[in-house]
Design a protein around this ligand. Structure first.
Ligand code: DQA
Length: 146
């Protein structure tokens, strides 16, 4: 069975209580469940890792080579600063989708840059909880094209 690796970056472990007016009231666990349900519906498994540490996420991307078929990532604020995570993702050859609950382009200027945008197949932002299952749909479609 093909596996999707879902990666969650810093502070996303606090979803549900963290700025619900921006990120909604769903917990990370609920987003992961929605993504996993959608993946399993399409015959894929989904593995999730959340970390507040950049290096953990980079090592997870390295380890995903030859193990996971695709990566979905919400890197939190590392999206706007981590060229190292961007470089790691560039090495992963499977489909990659960037997800954001909020729409960073409509927020503070520092959120307008994504170091990941240039190395992923596509980005979903501003769709709230819809973003996770839609990212799975995108991965399923991209894998079918291979
Ligand atoms: C976020 C947007 C980022 O700018 C922010 O730092 C986050 C969450 C989102 O899902 O909307 O931590 O990635």
């Amino acid at each position: 069975m093909q596996e999707i690796l879902l990666l969650s970056g810093p502070n996303l472990d606090l979803l549900g209580t963290r700025s619900p007016e921006i990120y909604g009231s769903a917990t990370l666990e609920e987003h992961v469940r929605a993504a996993r349900d959608r993946a399993e519906h399409s015959g894929l498994s989904l593995r999730h890792l959340q970390s507040n540490f950049e290096g953990d996420l980079i090592e997870a991307v390295h380890a995903a080579r030859n193990v996971s078929s695709a990566i979905i990532i919400n890197a939190g604020a590392l999206t706007h600063s981590s060229w190292a995570l961007s470089d790691a993702l560039a090495i992963f050859s499977g489909p990659k989708i960037e997800v954001h609950l909020s729409n960073p382009a409509a927020r503070e200027p520092f959120r307008h840059v994504s170091t990941l945008a240039g190395v992923v197949n596509g980005s979903l932002a501003g769709l709230g909880a819809l973003g996770y299952p839609l990212a799975v749909d995108a991965v399923v479609a991209l894998l079918a094209q291979r």
